[in-house]
Design a protein around this ligand. Structure first.
Ligand SMILES: Cc1cc2nc3c(=O)[nH]c(=O)nc-3n(C[C@H](O)[C@H](O)[C@H](O)COP(=O)(O)O)c2cc1C
Length: 218
């Protein structure tokens, strides 16, 4: 099949070794960050925070978190251009949704007289809130949507990447607790350009289950 979308998705791959001499241009980062901001989420909740690790000092801090686990991803810390932590709000509240509603008014999407009515859909959040105020399952799912969007945008920009659940989430959340402000990071993504010789995954053919195994038309 020939189509630009299919070309994006077949040409991207998970990088196993980066070319440390190549970094992502600011103009591409601007597009990427804006695309991340535009990600869709249930009731437009946007229960996420993205921490971009790019300074040497921040990379040193991230490097420390690979002390005991997931050593295979450690080399990406310095070889990649940026590592972005994807974090979700584990206790999303009505006050968090009020920020979304008020931004909708500011953006002229919601007339001010409809402010109270705009909270009607907050029911979705309530249905996904545990006794103790835990919204993790729901907010984490939204954050993975942003991750998926990010993967495709990176492919479009011809920037390589490595989504990483292979991070020590205890150490990452401790190390970056100040920046995370109570949000929980369970997944990160390294971005940059793959090493021309040493990235074995760049040379492998794409492999996915057959469409008939994953899609049912009724
Ligand atoms: C949420 C998520 C977490 C992943 N974690 C890792 C990881 O920690 N390290 C790694 O090398 N690849 C990781 N991967 C990459 C997958 O193994 C990869 O996407 C899959 O095998 C398909 O290969 P492709 O991305 O090259 O098409 C992850 C992918 C996703 C979507």
């Amino acid at each position: 099949m020939t189509h630009p979308i299919i070309e994006d998705l077949t040409s991207r791959h998970t990088v196993k070794k980066y070319d440390a001499s190549r970094k992502v241009a600011q103009a591409d980062l601007d597009v990427l960050f804006e695309a991340m901001r535009l990600s869709a989420s249930s009731i437009n909740s946007q229960p996420w925070k993205f921490i971009v690790i790019e300074s040497d000092a921040a990379k040193q801090r991230l490097n420390k978190t690979f002390a005991t686990m997931h050593e295979y991803n450690k080399k990406h810390v310095f070889d990649s251009s940026q590592v972005i932590l994807f974090a979700h709000n584990p206790k999303y509240t009505r006050d968090d949704y009020a920020k979304v509603v008020d931004k909708g008014i500011e953006d002229k999407r919601t007339p001010i007289e409809n402010r109270d009515a705009a909270f009607g859909v907050y029911l979705f959040a309530e249905l996904n809130t545990g006794e103790d105020g835990d919204t993790s399952t729901w907010t984490k799912a939204q954050t993975y949507l942003a991750l998926g969007n990010t993967l495709h945008v990176l492919a479009r920009l011809k920037i390589d990447s490595t989504p990483m659940e292979g991070i020590d989430i205890t150490l990452v959340n401790e190390e970056f607790s100040q920046e995370l402000e109570g949000y929980q990071c369970d997944v990160a993504i390294a971005i940059g350009y793959h090493h021309p010789e040493d990235d074995f995954n760049a040379k492998l053919p794409k492999s996915r289950l057959a469409l008939r195994d994953v899609l049912v038309r009724i």
